[in-house]
Design a protein around this ligand. Structure first.
Ligand code: F6P
Length: 327
């Protein structure tokens, strides 16, 4: 099937760099003389035919902007067969032969459904959670990590001054990549992630004790939201030892802001590649990075696997935050 008119959308939680990806898709389309339509508000926008024709003016000066100029949403309706059929009819009515969907695994589940109904789809991973199994990197992760690191560095100053313990909650409902990466970068006392069951005494209290024993006077506990609430953890620390931790929930601050160079450049490459894949006749694929290379992976295969934290990161974190049992 020849590619004449591509629709591009952002769906799920926004991530800094999504605009850079949209811009790259539009520019690659213009380069190849293909029409490009921006679909507003994710899959809901496709169902409702909420589209705008994209040209250079629509994407001008967006490479440096967080959020998404196309808006985003999580569509309940699109998860149903009825909703998907409506979306297919909308594609036919609008003359969209192909869709590029930027988002996380929920977005790709939608893309796969559309592909089964005969529309060409390519996914681009965009989520600060970085939890898509087929790719080492998702758009937005780098910016979110740097934002969290900057915030925690600030927190450390005041924790140091008062000799306090800080419990910081970072995003990651089901995944601990952000927490782990940020924890390594800030030299956290302990990091709690949803992928690893928490032994409170060993993973938190013992780490604080060891740090105190080594002469530290302030402590930084980083917790992914999926591993427990920072408020509860602070309460339990207070009950276990003579300390009154301060709680900071970074929340949606992590999703905003101007994307880093890494997010901008990778998003640009991924947007470009998504269009190239469609032109090469590919369908139902996700653009991924593996060990520095850009590749594409079948959506069905990608959705089968759950991404696991790398054992190296866990090992490094264990060594950075504690002593061996016999040390
Ligand atoms: O984008 C993914 C994510 O950041 C999760 O880590 C988090 O739990 C969720 O989005 C919260 O998103 P929202 O508040 O937009 O529903």
């Amino acid at each position: 099937m020849s590619v004449k008119r591509i629709g591009v959308l952002t769906s799920g939680g926004d991530a800094p760099g999504m605009n850079a990806a949209v811009r790259a898709v539009v520019r690659a389309c213009l380069y190849h003389g293909i029409e490009c339509y921006g679909i507003r508000r994710g899959w809901n926008g496709l169902i409702n035919g909420d589209v705008m024709k994209m040209d250079e003016t629509k994407i001008a000066h967006t490479i440096n902007r967080g959020g998404t100029i196309l808006y985003t949403a999580r569509s309940e309706e699109f998860m149903t067969e009825k909703g998907q059929k409506k979306a297919v009819s909308a594609c036919k009515f609008l003359g969209l032969d192909s869709i590029i969907a930027i988002g996380g695994d929920g977005t790709f589940r939608g893309a796969r459904a559309l592909s089964r109904h005969g529309i060409n789809v390519i996914g681009i991973p965009g989520t600060i959670d970085n939890d898509i199994s087929c790719t080492n990197y998702c758009i937005g992760f780098d910016t979110a990590a740097n934002t969290a690191i900057e915030c925690i560095d600030r927190l450390r100053d005041t924790m140091q001054a008062h000799e306090r313990c800080s419990v910081v909650e970072v995003m990651g409902r089901n995944a601990g990549y952000l927490a782990m990466y940020v924890g390594l970068a800030v030299g956290a006392t302990a990091v709690l992630v949803p992928e690893k069951p928490v032994d409170f005494e060993k993973d938190v209290i013992e780490k604080i004790r060891q740090a105190r024993f080594r002469g530290f006077t302030h402590y930084m506990i980083v917790v992914a939201e999926g591993a427990g609430s920072a408020t509860d953890i602070a309460k339990k620390i207070h009950e276990a030892i003579d300390m009154e931790p301060r709680v900071t929930v970074l929340g949606h601050i992590q999703r905003g802001g101007s994307p880093t160079a890494r997010d901008r450049v990778n998003a640009t490459k991924m947007g470009y590649l998504a269009v190239e894949l469609l032109l090469a006749g590919k369908n139902n694929r996700i653009v991924c990075t593996r060990h520095g290379d850009f590749i594409d992976v079948d959506i069905d295969k990608a959705l089968e696997d759950t991404k696991r934290l790398q054992s190296m990161e866990l090992d490094v974190m264990t060594a950075m935050t504690g002593l061996r049992d016999n040390a």
